[in-house]
Design a protein around this ligand. Structure first.
Ligand SMILES: N=c1c2ncn([C@@H]3O[C@H](COP(=O)(O)OP(=O)(O)OP(=O)(O)O)[C@@H](O)[C@H]3O)c2ncn1[C@@H]1O[C@H](COP(=O)(O)O)[C@@H](O)[C@H]1O
Length: 94
């Protein structure tokens, strides 16, 4: 899981740097309201996650959780944060 997150974060950082035209991630970094779009997505997906959990729909919970994790990592990158900062906070709680 750690490795998957690291790889995904590295891809996000790469898209931020190289801004390929066909990249959804790059579009979030180049769009004027990119940060608002990410925050809106996180809000929507959280609601969808809650509904999926209420339905006990495991596939849908996994799908919405993955959407949230992806957009959360994009947000960290937008804020110029590293994955280590999130890891340090989680470690501090152990
Ligand atoms: N994990 C993701 C990821 N999750 C979601 N999305 C995109 O986020 C957008 C919004 O997702 P939603 O599921 O909310 O969109 P939706 O289809 O309207 O669904 P609902 O709102 O109806 O649930 C869609 O365009 C998805 O393709 C993602 N886009 C990219 N990634 C990762 O980022 C990598 C780089 O992607 P590009 O930047 O596109 O090259 C990919 O290889 C993936 O690993």
């Amino acid at each position: 899981m750690d490795e998957t997150l690291e790889e995904l974060f590295a891809v996000i950082e790469d898209r931020k740097e190289t801004l390929p035209e066909d990249s959804y991630t790059a579009s979030l970094f180049t769009h004027e309201k990119g940060e608002n779009a990410v925050l809106e997505k996180l809000g929507e997906e959280t609601t969808e996650l809650v509904l999926a959990a209420k339905d006990d729909d495991h596939d849908e919970v996994a799908y919405e959780a993955a959407d949230i994790v992806y957009h959360l990592l994009v947000l960290l990158s937008m804020k110029g944060m590293s994955l280590e900062e999130l890891e340090a906070e989680l470690q501090a709680r152990r």
